[in-house]
Design a protein around this ligand. Structure first.
Ligand SMILES: Cc1cc2nc3c(=O)[nH]c(=O)nc-3n(C[C@H](O)[C@H](O)[C@H](O)COP(=O)(O)OP(=O)(O)OC[C@H]3O[C@@H](n4cnc5c(N)ncnc54)[C@H](O)[C@@H]3O)c2cc1C
Length: 460
């Protein structure tokens, strides 16, 4: 229970109606997309930078842990409250502070929904490139904290490449401003890059200056079917070696296709399809057909069954049908999905996919792999039943073996979902001791009392 004087002090900062303490309200903020829950002591909804700073100062006085939260769509427990913590929800900080097409930038509060930024940019012929699959509801603060990415990032880069500057509150309540309003910046240390991906453990972001780029005049899609995982992975390597960079290069493995078939979503896929690539091209109107031709040439090779291209919205929607049905299809394999988000160099993708097949069989755990192949980033889903003790033990062993394999292949733990509470046990394996020690020192410098999102990112 929150001490009455702390509750009153929070209410004095944001107003009584923006502090929730009722059990049913706290329960709504008890989890993100991870299958764990811990109700916070209270949920507070600041509406300005100044209110956030006042909350952090109050938390310092009372040694109150704070759990920042945007939309709660994260899948590593980043926004999962730690026991005794207060959730700082950024939902009420969702204003556009400045939209400046001449300087190709937009300044927003962290509660702004991601797709809203892109839609607004489009009104001036511009684009906010990061496009996470959750873009219709996740928020910029969560994207910044996780360095979110999406299909377009193979061409345009992840969130980090689209941030010019930040305003934030450190763990002791001080305000910092990082970066600039310009696309070139060589002044001081690059704290913007440090804060992006810091998962709310170093500072609470209260304002972001985001970089906008010209929107493409046209987009086209290709759906490419292969007779094996290996054939599709070889095609990914060929595409990434030639000069036309696709604006999406997504992969679905054999198990994904099996799940889609079982779920009735494989209509139109040729017989014998074991792996599919979804590829996109974008750019100037007349240039897109040329790009599609070049990509199709690179996609041709051993094991190719079919290439279909789509230029109109209807054609593109039809080609994406199988991919769109994947989430539901996967859920029908088993109720619990343990989602890994591993990345390897693109040249090792084939080796990773082969290893995933082997690990699934060896540990008798269904593994479904799909994702952003152009970045070497696969979502490997271990499909399990939480109440099956034996299966859960096999899944744990399988997960460890997967991480070992990824690190051996020169890869890393997460491409876009982050570490949160769920993956920090593996961090010491992925980073050397001195690097990890420096990260702990940074944490102490930014957040001396350790009140910002404790239990996340770094191992205890
Ligand atoms: C269906 C689905 C599809 C998805 N697809 C993708 C995808 O394609 N690409 C991808 O990258 N991710 C994807 N995700 C994961 C998730 O949507 C992203 O991690 C997203 O960036 C989280 O945003 P959020 O607003 O939900 O943040 P939350 O989950 O609320 O929080 C995420 C982290 O940000 C911190 N945080 C929030 N606000 C602030 C702030 N103002 N200051 C400091 N820290 C803050 C939180 O403490 C937490 O650590 C997907 C998730 C789902 C459910």
């Amino acid at each position: 229970m929150l001490a009455p004087e702390v509750q009153a002090a929070l209410a004095a900062i944001v107003g009584q109606d923006r502090v929730l303490t009722a059990a049913e309200d706290r329960q709504l903020y008890a989890s993100d997309e991870t299958p764990r829950a811990c109700a916070p002591e209270a949920v507070v909804f600041p509406q300005s930078h100044e209110e956030v700073a006042a909350i952090v100062r109050l938390a310092n006085r009372h040694r109150l842990p704070l759990t920042p939260r945007a939309a709660g769509s994260g899948n590593v427990g980043g926004a999962l409250p730690t026991p005794g913590s207060v959730v700082v929800s950024f939902e009420c900080m969702d204003r556009v502070l400045e939209f400046n097409p001449d300087d190709r930038l937009i300044v927003v509060e962290p509660g702004m929904v991601t797709e809203t930024v892109d839609r607004l940019a489009l009104t001036a012929g511009l684009m906010y490139a990061p496009d996470p699959g959750s873009g219709a509801y996740c928020r910029i603060g969560g994207n910044l904290a996780m360095n979110a990415a999406g299909p377009r990032c193979v061409k345009y880069g992840a969130t980090r490449e689209h941030v010019l500057g930040l305003r934030a509150v450190l763990g002791d309540g001080r305000e910092i401003r990082t970066g600039a309003r310009t696309t070139k910046y060589a002044t001081g240390y690059d704290l913007t890059r440090l804060l992006v991906g810091s998962e709310g453990t170093l500072a609470l972001i209260t304002e972001a200056t985001l970089r906008l780029i010209p929107a493409p005049e046209r987009v086209a899609n290709l759906r490419v079917c292969y007779a094996s995982n290996a054939a599709a992975c070889a095609a990914v390597a060929r595409v990434m070696r030639q000069p036309v960079l696709p604006s999406a290069l997504e992969f679905m493995d054999r198990r994904s296709i099996e799940a889609i078939r079982a779920h009735g979503g494989a209509e139109g896929l040729p017989a014998g399809t074991q792996a599919v690539l979804m590829v996109a091209a974008d750019g100037a109107y007349d240039d897109v057909p040329r790009q599609v031709e070049a990509l199709a040439r690179a996609l041709e090779g051993e094991g190719l069954l079919e290439i279909q291209s789509g230029f109109t919205p209807e054609e593109m929607a039809r080609l994406w049908t199988a991919r769109k049905s994947l989430s539901h299809a996967v859920k029908s394999i088993a109720p619990l999905k343990i989602n890994e988000d591993v990345v390897v160099p693109v040249s090792r993708l084939g080796a990773l996919v082969e290893a995933i097949d082997r690990l699934g069989e060896a540990h008798r755990v269904p593994l479904v792999a799909f994702g952003h192949a152009g970045n070497g980033n696969l979502h490997v889903n271990l499909m399990v039943h939480a109440d099956d003790v034996d299966e859960m033990a096999r899944a744990r062993a399988c997960r460890q073996a997967l991480i070992d394999t990824v690190l051996r292949l020169g890869g890393t733990l997460s491409g876009e979902h982050g570490i949160g509470s769920e993956k920090r046990a593996f961090l010491a394996q992925a980073l050397d001791a001195d690097t990890l020690a420096l990260m702990r020192e940074l944490k102490r410098l930014f957040d001396p009392l350790g009140i910002l999102n404790p239990g996340k990112k770094l191992p205890d």
